[in-house]
Design a protein around this ligand. Structure first.
Ligand code: C5P
Length: 227
């Protein structure tokens, strides 16, 4: 079966109005939107409800990292919001990740909702040193053993993760930069086509789309690269 790589657009803006305009412009070409710390603090779940109403899906990127009990309870709250996926820091440990899985699934069952996809953030794509790949593999193993569905990592590590953990393990990759685009604060970057060839399931793209003069055209260009 041909591998498919889907686009997630990061709505890294500071108000509901700005994010709503981007969703109106990009949906339905873009089907999944990432709501991160900035936008969630700016407008809460209003944008999640808006995206869901438009028929899009949400990746809530709050990267939990706390004691297991706290992360478990927060994960149950996330389920009430109706998101496709959310994440926790794999560096928070196996017990923490396991608690996120248990409490999220329990809440999904209680509400008769689909279980959310839970991802472990390995090493941020804005960081890099010589042992990054080894560390990412360790964290990915712990995430899988804790029952998470997949990880966030760079395309550099995607090939070994895919080889080690199989087809079903979900790989989400930020730090995507079309050839010639500004790198900004990212370090372990790849182009959309490289990410696809490394077996990535979802690419996360923020600034190259939302700061483009024509965001829809930028998104269409990236979608063509991963088709
Ligand atoms: O603008 P840019 O394409 O660099 O945005 C990448 C998005 O992915 C940001 O919202 C950032 O918070 C997020 N992210 C990341 N690295 C991770 C996890 C999430 O860059 N490991």
């Amino acid at each position: 079966m041909k591998h498919s790589t889907k686009l997630i657009t990061a709505l890294d803006v500071d108000s509901f109005e700005k994010s709503r305009k981007l969703v109106d412009l990009l949906c339905p070409k873009v089907k999944i939107f990432k709501v991160g710390l900035q936008l969630y603090l700016a407008c809460g779940d209003k944008i999640i409800r808006y995206i869901n109403k438009k028929g899009g899906k949400v990746f809530l990127d709050l990267k939990f990292h706390d004691i297991p009990n706290t992360v478990g309870r927060a994960s149950a709250e996330i389920v009430k919001l109706g998101v496709l996926m959310f994440n926790v820091h794999a560096q928070g440990g196996k017990d923490m990740m396991r608690q996120a899985r248990i409490d999220a699934d329990k809440e999904a069952k209680r509400l008769r909702k689909k279980k959310p996809v839970i991802l472990g953030v390995t090493v941020l794509t804005s960081q890099q040193d010589t042992s990054t790949t080894v560390r990412v593999m360790e964290l990915a193993r712990e995430a899988r053993e804790a029952g998470l569905d997949g990880v966030v990592c760079s395309a550099n590590e995607a090939v070994v993760i895919r080889r080690g953990f199989g087809r079903e393990f979900i790989i989400v990759t930020p730090g995507i930069r079309p050839a010639g685009a500004q790198v900004n604060d990212q370090k372990r970057i790849s182009t959309p086509a490289q990410a696809k060839s490394c077996g990535v399931d979802y690419i996360v793209v923020g600034r190259p789309i939302i700061e483009a003069d024509k965001p829809l055209k930028a998104a269409q260009g990236i979608l063509a690269d991963v088709r």
